[in-house]
Write a protein that binds this ligand. Structure first.
Ligand SMILES: [Zn+2]
Length: 443
């Protein structure tokens, strides 16, 4: 039996003095602070903030096949240092893409001994893999993902309406979510994209997101499965999402640190580090996303960490049309979001809902992950909300130190990360070895 205690622990939806006891990796009880009995096995972290380890359900690790873009060793080390104890890997841009049980097994064989935090896996569904979907679900993916638009890689083509109906019929038989990259190209946007950010923004309008989400809501009427909209950028889609939820549709939605911290006006032309799809939009849109988070209209914040080879970012040419779309930020999520929350005076406890509890629920891990409560895994991030730091390349554990956040001063310094009752990070240094485990789930 061990314990950790602090004057500020997030438990039961409140920040309060508490002592969290755990044994064999699991939280056994939470008592008031300080409890009468303390020993060498009890760790006092003073008034540092103790929160559940973060759960990041949107990470592109790209192994096997494109390990030179990132890989499990570097991604999960970055996650651990960033206070993330559970992540869920996307079915692309690895090779093979994770669209069959065999491809999932290939991934597990390649990566299981390289995990510094616990990792689940999303499967993928493309038009030619729909028949493989039942077996893929049975093999243990936590849910599946499709695109409605070109994904950027040939092996992962988009789904048409009929394809979606077939996949949703299968998904309706499970409780696992169907994740959708919600942009729908209506063929009317004809913008030549080069170095100008305004052109790139105009080439992927808000209407693409709205049209895609509208299609999914329409299909949910006859195919009622859990649909989850990944990386919502456009706040104008929120009214229809709310309307669908009022009509008891099982529809959840996430957004990402880049849509909440960055804004189109500050992006210099030719700065391809800011390219992601859907794009970073205007400040008014960013503020609308924050408002939607506050009132619970957006469920969660996940990184959409999507790195690539430096050469694919086209930094020399600054060509936003040709550059790979994706932002690397995995290690920085907590501090990025807390920096913006503290500017806006938003209560710290909401961070636990957005970055721990709700993503754990999406991945079907409620009761095990995402909260400091009895029976949950003893995963903690210990951090100082008042300390700040400047982002440098040296501190990043991502394979490529390419991110739009270099040089920014962020609030919220992580001092320790605990995974299943073991301290795995202290002051940015990784301790011990890769002890994360794969998370597989039957239907
Ligand atoms: Zn993504």
């Amino acid at each position: 039996m061990r314990s950790i205690f602090s004057k500020r622990v997030l438990t039961g939806g409140q920040i309060k003095p508490a002592q969290v006891h755990f044994s064999e990796g699991t939280i056994t009880h939470v008592t008031p602070y300080p409890s009468s009995f303390q020993s060498d096995h009890d760790l006092d972290v003073g008034d540092l903030f103790v929160m559940p380890g973060l759960v990041d359900t949107h990470v592109h690790i790209n192994e096997p096949g494109r390990t030179d873009w990132e890989g499990f060793e570097t991604a999960t080390q970055a996650a651990a240092v960033g206070g993330i104890t559970t992540l869920v890997d996307m079915p692309l841009n690895c090779l093979p893409v994770t669209t069959s049980a065999a491809a999932l097994q290939t991934k597990l064989d390649a990566v299981t001994d390289k995990m510094w935090v616990d990792c689940g896996f999303w499967g993928g569904v493309v038009p030619d893999s729909i028949d493989d979907l039942p077996e893929l679900l049975a093999a243990g993916v936590l849910g599946v993902k499709s695109f409605l638009i070109d994904s950027g890689i040939a092996e992962f083509p988009p789904m048409g309406r009929n394809d979606l109906e077939r996949a949703m019929t299968i998904m309706a038989r499970t409780k696992k979510p169907y994740l959708i990259h919600a942009e729908l190209d209506d063929g009317t946007t004809d913008v030549e994209v080069g170095r100008r950010y305004g052109d790139f923004l105009a080439s992927r309008p808000e209407s693409w997101e709205c049209d895609a989400i509208k299609l999914m809501i329409d299909l949910m009427r006859s195919h009622p499965c859990h649909v989850h909209i990944v990386h919502l950028s456009s706040a104008s889609a929120l009214p229809m999402i709310l309307e669908a939820r009022r009509n008891r549709k099982s529809l959840t939605v996430e957004t990402c640190p880049h849509y909440l911290t960055l804004q189109a006006d500050e992006v210099e032309d030719g700065d391809t580090l800011y390219k992601c799809c859907p794009p970073i939009r205007e400040n008014s849109n960013r503020e609308a996303l924050w408002q939607a988070l506050r009132v619970g209209e957006i469920d969660m914040i996940v990184s959409d960490h999507s790195p690539c080879l430096p050469s694919l970012k086209e930094s020399e040419s600054g060509d936003l049309g040709r550059a790979w779309g994706g932002i690397a930020s995995l290690q920085l999520s907590l501090s990025l979001i807390w920096t913006e929350m503290s500017k806006r005076g938003i209560d710290l406890s909401l961070l636990g809902d957005w970055m721990c509890k709700h993503p754990a629920r999406l991945a079907g891990l409620e009761g095990r992950k995402g909260q400091i409560a009895v029976g949950h895994q003893a995963d903690f991030v210990v951090w100082d909300p008042d300390a700040s730091f400047v982002v440098t390349a040296e501190m990043l554990h991502h394979r490529h130190k390419i991110t739009p956040y270099l040089g920014r001063r962020l609030r919220g310094m992580i001092t320790q990360t605990w995974l299943a009752g073991q301290k795995i990070v202290e002051h940015g240094k990784l301790l011990s070895s890769a002890q994360g485990r794969p998370i597989l789930k039957a239907n």
